[in-house]
Ligand binder design. Structure first.
Ligand SMILES: *Cc1c(COP(=O)(O)O)cnc(C)c1O
Length: 222
């Protein structure tokens, strides 16, 4: 299947849902991203700063770039002037650094808190209690150059669909709870980033607003 065909297929299947497609372009060359752009996509996700920066420089300005992978504080400065959304905020200190760098460029950066919902220890993120107390803390209101738009989560890598569904549905419930309880000037819960190539269909059924799909569009990465 061609990239164009894969995109069309996914868009058709997402059309009747609340989720939109973020094309995960990591490891793929500029020419491949251009194909996705020409097929109409404008939201791309990358997981490494070193890869994101040259791609953003080479491609059209109307692309919204999403940073979806683990981000080290010392790299925020390289993306602060253009990144559209950071999905992988996994500690308070990182959000503070994003705020500081966004302030230097006199802009707001959209952020999601990454929540650890999988069984694997290797995956990053806040646990539920940490995220809740952080989002309700006074320090959040002082971070005037970030907007916390919602949450991101990655399910366990497993064939067990029931487990994946349970993890996504737990995150959705937590999202709704925080949405109704939190009143901070810079917290506006509207985005729930969950679902990848193997599990986006489950994530969408459980309330995802953004699916991050790579290999189902571009093929397996080498
Ligand atoms: C690579 C990656 C994806 C996309 O994975 P696929 O299985 O290729 O769809 C989604 N989210 C994150 C955080 C990733 O690093």
């Amino acid at each position: 299947m061609s990239i164009e065909h894969n995109i069309q297929n996914l868009q058709n299947r997402l059309q009747a849902t609340s989720a939109r497609l973020i094309a995960v372009t990591k490891t793929h060359p500029i020419e491949t991203l251009q194909i996705a752009y020409d097929a109409g996509l404008r939201e791309f996700g990358e997981n490494r700063v070193q890869e994101l920066v040259p791609k953003a420089q080479a491609l059209p300005r109307d692309i919204r770039w999403h940073l979806i992978g683990t981000l080290q504080s010392n790299k925020v400065k390289y993306i602060a002037d253009f990144v559209y959304m950071i999905h992988s905020v996994d500690k308070p200190a990182l959000l503070q650094e994003i705020n500081k760098q966004a302030q230097k460029h006199n802009r707001m950066i959209n952020c999601l808190l990454q929540i650890h919902i999988a069984q694997e220890e290797s995956k990053f993120g806040f646990d539920y209690a940490e995220a809740e107390s952080f989002l309700k803390s006074k320090e959040i209101a002082d971070l005037k150059n970030v907007k916390i738009m919602g949450l991101m989560g990655m399910a366990t890598f497993t064939d067990n669909e029931a487990q994946i569904r349970q993890e996504f549905s737990g995150l959705k419930q937590f999202f709704e709870k925080l949405k109704s309880e939190i009143s901070q000037p810079n917290v506006a819960f509207g985005e729930l980033s969950m679902g990848m190539s193997s599990d986006w269909h489950i994530a969408v059924e459980e309330g995802s607003t953004m699916v991050r799909v790579g290999s189902a569009i571009f093929g397996t990465r080498t």
